[in-house]
Design a protein around this ligand. Structure first.
Ligand code: SF4
Length: 365
């Protein structure tokens, strides 16, 4: 056994082929002690080494049930946090590159959300009228904030059920960090747009009047995903001019106008299911991350299904792209040599409260 961890700079100049061989060898050495999770948006060179793949919640729950001691999450930081929160005490969550964050999750932080809560409390009895709901794409301390204030976590698959749960408890919802998921879901539930106001976290009182806050059903945090923000309704119109038979499917992180022009709105798992179960020889225009769309197109091309990416320019999750074969080889070889690098460990007091909000979600959905 070596005495200290292998440094990342030893890996920086390795080519992908060498990394691949070393990843395979390290995985074989670790066996069932290690499970590699691959998010749907992960690049192919990394994704192919995943033992299981899916969305962040599904992966974290499956990893917690596995016998693995090490959970290597090829995703972004909040995903590894969720894996840590849901894991057994003896399991260790690892993120191959700590710089792999989520730009949407970063748009809300504990200070700004607490400030919002305090400002709302100047107008409303927040603890009895507002349920805080955080999208799973958020930091652990915001999940803990929801657990502390009678709130809940949601995913893009269960957002409607979670909003129903929230409204059964309190008359209003504070939804963060993604305004689009909140707006698209609320609208589908019949809430008029004017009752869903946007909280600008850079302005006092969110830039809203007291009356707007009193009249609102959902207060939407002004956050968004830069990848899904790239999709525009004109892209659908232009594509359909050439291919009128196209079926359009969008992730609910896309803006309201795109979702309104779509035949289906669904999470990554839902998009996969709908395209998988669709008739042969159909054409699809999809508004979600590029790696997933490209894989869908390859997977179903033999059935004559054509799956197109909605935006004319490249739009991949650049932070998730930071996890490269070099970082994966680095963490796995260190684990095989007995060294844990890049552990993601949520503080114990946050785990308790965040778990409460996650448990609320699992019971409600
Ligand atoms: S695609 Fe958007 S929401 Fe998803 S991880 Fe990347 S930045 Fe975050």
């Amino acid at each position: 056994m070596i005495s200290s961890a292998l440094p990342i700079h030893d890996y920086a100049l390795l080519d992908d082929a060498e990394c691949e061989a070393r990843i395979v060898a390290a995985k074989a050495k670790l066996g069932k002690r290690c499970i590699v999770l691959g998010h749907h948006y992960q690049r192919d060179e990394v994704f192919k080494h995943a033992d299981i793949f899916g969305d962040s919640l599904k992966l974290s729950r499956e990893a917690a049930q596995s016998e693995a001691e090490y959970i290597v999450f090829c995703g972004v930081h909040f995903m590894a946090e969720v894996a840590d929160i849901l894991s057994r005490p003896e399991q260790i969550a690892i993120l191959p590159d700590m710089a792999a964050g989520c730009s949407m999750a970063d748009m809300a932080n504990k200070i700004k959300v607490q400030q919002c809560w305090d400002e709302l409390a100047q107008i409303l009895d927040v603890e009895s009228t507002v349920t805080p709901v955080t999208y799973i794409n958020s930091a652990a301390d915001l999940k803990a904030f929801c657990g502390q204030h009678g709130g809940i976590v949601c995913t893009s698959s269960n957002a409607e059920k979670i909003l129903n749960w929230s409204f059964a408890k309190r008359e209003k919802v504070l939804f963060f960090p993604d305004q689009h998921l909140g707006r698209n879901t609320g609208y589908r539930m019949g809430i008029p747009l004017e009752q869903m106001v946007t909280w600008d976290f850079n302005k006092p009182m969110g830039g809203l009047s007291e009356q707007q806050i009193r009249d609102a059903k959902i207060i939407l945090w002004k956050g968004y995903c830069s990848v899904h923000q790239a999709f525009q309704p004109e892209q659908i119109d232009n594509f359909k001019q050439k291919h009128p038979e196209t079926i359009v499917i969008s992730h609910p992180e896309a803006c309201f106008e795109v979702c309104q022009k779509s035949d289906y709105i669904g999470s990554t798992e839902m998009i996969l299911k709908i395209v998988r179960e669709a008739a042969a020889n159909t054409r699809w225009l999809v508004a979600t991350e590029l790696n997933l769309v490209n894989r869908l197109n390859q997977e179903f091309s033999d059935q004559g299904k054509h799956v197109h990416f909605m935006a004319p320019t490249l739009s991949m999750c650049s932070t998730m792209f930071r996890t490269d074969p070099q970082h994966l080889a680095w963490v796995l070889e260190n684990l095989a040599a007995g060294h844990v690098v890049n552990q993601v460990s949520v503080p114990a007091e946050q785990v308790v409260l965040a778990k409460k909000a996650l448990d609320n979600m699992l019971l409600a959905s």
